[in-house]
Write a protein of this length. Sequence first.
Length: 407
Amino acid sequence: MKNLRINYPIYLAFWISLLIIGTACEKKVEPRFPGNVYEADLYLPTLEELQLFYDEGYTIIDGDVLLLDIPGLENMEYLSNVTYIKGFINIWINEDLKTLKGLNNLDSIGGSFIIRENKNLEYFDDLNRLKSVGDFLYVYSNEKLLNLDGLGNLKFIKNALLIKENKSIININGLSNLQDVGDVIIIDRNESLANLNDLNNLLSVNRLWITNNQNLKSLSGFNSLQSVSKININENETFENLSGFNSLQAIGITDSLQIPHTKLLIFENDNLIELVGFSNLQYVAGDIRIIKNKNLMNLNGLGSLQSIYGTFLIDNSNITNLDAINNLQSVGFHFRLSNNDNLTSLDGLGILNSVEVDLIIESNNTLTDLCGIQNLLTIDGVGGSTLIDDNAYNPTVEDIINGDCSL
């Protein structure tokens, strides 16, 4: 058969800087499945060479697959015999591709699965046997792709799931059985995406980034998530609530071990009105930063929160009270309340007994009642300095301890 490969390592220059791609092991290993083995990379084949590959009946590819800009490639029928790909499969810039039909026998991918910039791809179908991806699943800039139907048996992705800039995708149906992603999930700039409901079986991921999805209204879909170290919910314009994290009791704490650099970041979600999805969250091993969510009026949903091991930053122009965090006992670094223009009282902080570094309360234009921190200051619970400035009322620490804590 005609050799269809160029046998040298392939560096993929387009990877986003967020990921560092591990190099493939050079040592040759026996395939995990019996079958007719193609012992090479299937690299930049023509349509005619794909037909020859199909005619030979290969079931295992002991290498990588790169299908780039192949005129006339409308589906994946040429790979319909394949059950296992040892390396990555990259399907990139194929203008005639409309469906992934033909990958119905593919059981496992040892490397990454990349579907990128196929502008007429509509259907992510015929992948119902795929159970695992050995590096990352990357779905990027496929203009007409509507959903991920066809991935119903996918349970494990070793490193990352990236769904980015697919402007027509309306849901991620098809990921309903996904349980574990080893490092990061990034769902970014999918302008028609309306919900994430089909991630209800996800148990574990290291980092979760949900950013810049213009029509995403809620996070219903993460009800089974039990282990995560970073959550970034950022600039989702129509986003209204965080319902969906009901099983999450801790962020960045696994088997009593704290994971460094942990964060819960909720930033510039213009229509966010409540945080109810975190109603069982008790501990965060790093920072909580809730910033510039202009319609957020309270912290309802954080009622179980007891300890933050990093910085706690609250900066939201319409927040009116802190009543919901009345179980908070300790902050492990800075605690900063700033630019909360409608905050009038610090009620809700009555059992807070420790801020390890600085307490900063500044530029809260209507804040007149600071009695909520009287206990904290009386027991000398601030390890660093206390700054109270540019609020409607700015008593000294001594004033607050003596009861002169409100107008």
